[in-house]
Ligand binder design. Structure first.
Ligand SMILES: NC(=O)c1ccc[n+]([C@@H]2O[C@H](COP(=O)([O-])OP(=O)(O)OC[C@H]3O[C@@H](n4cnc5c(N)ncnc54)[C@H](OP(=O)(O)O)[C@@H]3O)[C@@H](O)[C@H]2O)c1
Length: 498
């Protein structure tokens, strides 16, 4: 049973707290840091663990990549000339890296932090679907382990909040529950996963590559392919979600009685309300299609327009995280929340395509050459991977094959052109295969736990208006068509398209 609380109580929870945050240079991390500083200026300290050579360079990264970004504009205006002093007083950059035991911090810093930290938020991750297995394993699996080990040393810690992803569910269909993974669990029946053996496999592969003096390129490709192979062997579609699932497993296994909240968002999109509607960073699944179309580099899409794309604006994810922290403080359980929309307010891909089509019709992209509006090509959609493959084979693979034969007959006259085109073809096919699990996703994320959390939050619209912020995270409040047309797509064009 979760007790009721209002926005004042949520903001009030952070008063006097010291919070260690990883991933603050990333998209979601910035939204979180900004929101805490805006709604609770009396937070004691935000320790931001940043990958950097030393504290000066960590400071520089915070200034340029976190507090220097547009999303801090509202906070800057609020504090005026005192903004830099405020940041200096509240934000403490730490040079560290979650891939290392003790987060790469020295003994003195570690001891100081372990005595003072109240909350840890682990948002750091590598989010690349086709990441090298060693890199993804170090960050998403060992990183979670190192954070958990550190959390257990913090004697006044109220909780560890770990950001995972709803897609740890792989490509399962139907209603997907908010349930924890057991250690060794996989998505393929009859197959057991041994995380230790995965680590050994990575180390062995590294040794083998080194012993054979392969180039860096070969090593990178070997590691990337190994990740995909292992992920698929155990039933996950890519290295990212596979390693995120293993990270969750280790947290659940190692936590003892440490209070843990795991937040599993689906596809995070631009800010809906606060502080800067449309703001976002980093190109995600659906945004690559928007950008591809805006640049008129893409007009064919592998997507079933009737299927639901599960999206959730970044500010809603952060609101859910903050409410969960306030609610689960010192609660010795492990709580899992799907911060998703497919169950409460499903948005089919058709909504994105309609609103996108209208948006670009009213705001046509301009040619880089002469600044004139370009003529938009017609969008074509393929509902299945075999149909997409068949179209690509006829339209591109076949002409490529003819070019290859012509090239042989003409003693390599088209070698360069053939090389370029076949690389492009392979790239498009590779991206389509990687994104297919999301474009053709048939699952629906249950969010019963999250609904309970929402119910605990007493909303008072009038009060929230006068405060200038709220903690709402109800997808039912979003009109998707309006959001895509007026907020998200203009945001993608403004912040991601250059
Ligand atoms: N974006 C989405 O659509 C989405 C959806 C579901 C779940 N999530 C989850 O939400 C979290 C945040 O995602 P995001 O989109 O904000 O990611 P992001 O923009 O790619 O940022 C990732 C952050 O993690 C940091 N990081 C990576 N490796 C690290 C390491 N070894 N040690 C310390 N920090 C490290 C990065 O630091 P550098 O700047 O040094 O690289 C960066 O700050 C992730 O856990 C992700 O799995 C994201």
């Amino acid at each position: 049973m979760i007790g009721e609380l209002d926005a004042d109580a949520v903001a009030g929870y952070f008063r006097g707290k010291s919070i260690l945050i990883t991933g603050s240079t990333g998209f979601l991390g910035k939204v979180l840091v900004e929101k805490i500083l805006r709604v609770q200026p009396d937070v004691k300290k935000l320790f931001l663990l940043i990958r950097a050579a030393g504290v000066e360079s960590a400071k520089h990264r915070v200034e340029t990549e976190v507090t220097g970004r547009e999303i801090f504009q509202v906070l800057k205006e609020k504090h005026g000339d005192r903004f830099d002093d405020f940041i200096q007083e509240k934000v403490c950059p730490l040079a560290g890296d979650i891939v290392y035991k003790n987060l790469g911090l020295d003994h003195a810093k570690l001891t100081e932090l372990s005595k003072g930290i109240d909350i840890i938020v682990n948002g750091a991750a590598t989010t690349n679907f086709y990441e090298r297995y060693d890199v993804a394993f170090d960050t998403n699996v060992m990183g979670a382990k190192h954070i958990c080990e550190f959390a257990k040393r913090c004697n006044k810690l109220k909780m560890l909040l770990h950001v995972s992803t709803a897609y740890v569910a792989g490509e399962q269909e139907g209603i997907l529950p908010e349930k924890p993974f057991l250690l060794g669990e996989t998505l393929r029946e009859g197959v057991h996963l041994d995380i230790e053996s995965e680590l050994n496999l990575i180390q062995e592969t590294r040794r083998e590559v080194e012993a054979n003096c392969y180039s860096e390129r070969v090593e990178k490709r070997t590691m990337k392919e190994l990740g995909l192979k292992r992920a698929r062997e155990f039933g996950w579609p890519n290295t990212y979600v596979f390693t995120k699932a293993m990270g969750e497993m280790l947290l659940g296994h190692l936590r003892g009685d440490l209070p843990i909240v795991i937040i599993r968002p689906s596809i995070i999109t631009s800010i809906l309300n606060e502080p800067l509607p449309g703001w976002m960073e980093g190109i995600r699944t659906i945004d690559s299609f928007i950008i591809g179309y805006a640049k008129q580099a893409l007009s064919i899409f592998l997507v079933d327009l009737d299927l639901i794309m599960d999206v959730v604006p970044g500010d809603m994810v952060v609101n859910a995280m903050m409410v969960a922290m306030a609610v689960h403080s010192e609660d010795q359980a492990q709580s899992i929340y799907h911060v998703t929309s497919s169950l409460r307010n499903p948005a089919p891909y058709a909504v994105l395509v309609d609103s996108g089509g209208r948006y670009f019709l009213h705001n046509p992209p301009c040619s880089k050459k002469n600044g004139e509006p370009v003529r938009l090509s017609r969008m074509r959609f393929f509902r299945t991977l075999p149909r997409f493959r068949a179209y690509m084979a006829v339209k591109f693979r076949l002409p490529l094959e003819i070019l290859r034969l012509l090239n042989i007959a003409l003693f390599g006259a088209f070698s360069r052109r053939y090389g370029e085109l076949s690389r492009k073809y392979r790239y498009v096919m590779h991206v389509a295969e990687l994104y297919a699990p999301y474009a053709l996703f048939k699952g629906c994320f249950d969010d019963t736990n999250t609904e309970r959390l929402r119910a605990a939050l007493k909303a008072n619209k009038e009060q929230n208006k006068s405060r200038g912020y709220d903690f709402g995270f109800d997808p039912k409040s979003v009109d998707w068509d309006n959001y895509f047309y007026s907020v998200h797509i203009p945001g993608v064009v403004k912040y991601l398209c250059d």
